[in-house]
Design a protein around this ligand. Structure first.
Ligand code: PMP
Length: 391
């Protein structure tokens, strides 16, 4: 999949390329099938509705959800996280209640909670991480108490690449009587997800970070919790009955899917899941780890480089962030760009984590199993050039 020609694309944590199999499904929908879902009685409309609903089943199987009705299509992880914050949090949080997140959350798992905390009078608490980029379990245990209602944590950090073992956390969260929301946006292209094994109550991810299109994502919710979650958008297809002054709503998941959904996006997501199955997570993990190992070994040989988080390559799920002495990350990224290497630089929508790391910005390399070792070599040569030019 060489969609970027000569570019060594190492910004897969921002979005992954799409394979032909996904593009073909999307193209086919727009060329030959562009009808709406859940509405028309004619054959084509029924066919496309069926395909759309089959993807819901595919997603349920993909993340081991107990029931297809536990899968809500959203516009992405941000939308899914906002749905839990505003649809569940707004009615389940009261003055004095507490929400816990970690210092390494993406802004989309931080800012919605800040807003909901402000409106409900609840308190947002932020657990620190250890120097190797893991949730500080001792602090988390101390922080959990009878006031804790929601704990929302990322499965893989989009900056440090660290994977959090959620199952023991879920146990602690449930003992405290709270619910656990897992942000799997950065995890899903690298590791298989099993919501039942984790014991996640809610889980969110985006299609575009797992070889699918932009504008589509998923919220998984435990059935009883989705029943208690209010819709946050209202309109067509989410209603049961409507009078001039009142409306009743469909059960989950349709009550959360007001209006015409991203049909092409959902079909594309289905093709992306198939693509991951074809490659297999085992192969993906093996290639990811070879690439990261090569990258970290190379970076360790450049004295001016500081790598953030764990020094162990296998702790990084596809993502490594670093700085080169006191050179600004944007300057590093600009030099790498001129060498034909695409990486992201900045705060990566994780400003509290930047403060925690004692920096304003970092250079982030994020791989997918489509990358080649030669692309990592190109990056390493670029970083050596930065060191020679600017330090
Ligand atoms: N959480 C994490 C960990 C992420 O990396 C991202 C995307 N960078 C998001 C949430 C938000 O995803 P999206 O922008 O696709 O809604």
């Amino acid at each position: 999949m060489t969609v970027y020609n000569q570019l060594a694309y190492l910004d897969n944590a921002a979005t992954t390329p799409m394979p032909d199999a996904v593009l073909e499904v999307i193209d086919n929908y727009y060329q030959k099938q562009k009808v709406n879902v859940h509405r028309g009685m004619y054959m084509l409309a029924n066919e496309v509705t069926q395909q759309y609903e089959q993807v819901r089943q595919q997603v349920a199987d993909f993340i081991h959800a107990p029931d297809v009705a536990d899968i809500v299509f959203t516009s992405g992880a941000t939308d899914a996280l906002n749905l839990v914050a505003f649809g569940y949090g707004m009615t389940h949080l009261h003055a004095g209640d507490e929400i816990i997140i970690s210092v390494m959350e993406h802004h989309s798992n931080l800012v919605p909670w800040q807003q909901v905390a402000k409106i409900t009078g609840s308190k947002l608490r932020v657990v620190d991480i250890t120097t190797d980029g893991r949730i500080d379990m001792i602090s988390l245990q101390k922080m959990l108490n009878k006031h804790t209602k929601i704990v929302s944590l990322t499965l893989v950090s989009n900056v440090l690449g660290t994977y959090t073992d959620m199952h023991p956390i879920a146990k602690l969260v449930h003992e405290a009587g709270a619910v656990l929301l897992v942000d799997a946006a950065q995890a899903v292209a690298h590791i298989p997800i099993d919501v039942q094994a984790i014991e996640a109550d809610f889980l969110a991810f985006s299609g575009h970070k797992m070889f699918g299109p932009t504008g589509v994502g998923v919220l998984y919710g435990r059935a009883d919790l989705l029943a208690e979650t209010n819709p946050t958008r209202f309109g067509g297809e989410m209603i049961d009955q409507v009078t001039k002054t009142t409306a009743t709503f469909q059960p989950a998941p349709l009550k959360f899917e007001a209006g015409t959904p991203n049909i092409a996006g959902v079909l594309g997501l289905g093709a992306a899941i198939k693509y991951i199955y074809q490659k297999s997570y085992q192969t993906i993990a093996q290639i990811d780890h070879e690439l990261i190992d090569h990258l970290m070994t190379g970076l360790a040989q450049i004295p001016a480089v500081t790598v953030y988080g764990s020094p162990i390559a296998s702790d990084h799920q596809g993502v490594v962030s670093f700085n080169v002495d006191n050179v600004h990350a944007h300057d590093v990224a600009t030099i790498l760009d001129s060498a034909g290497v695409a990486v992201r630089s900045g705060h990566h929508c994780a400003e509290p984590l930047m403060h925690f790391l004692g920096t304003e910005s970092v250079v982030r390399v994020s791989v997918s199993f489509e990358n080649k070792l030669s692309e990592i070599d190109k990056l390493l040569a670029g970083v050596r050039q930065v060191k020679e030019l600017l330090t």
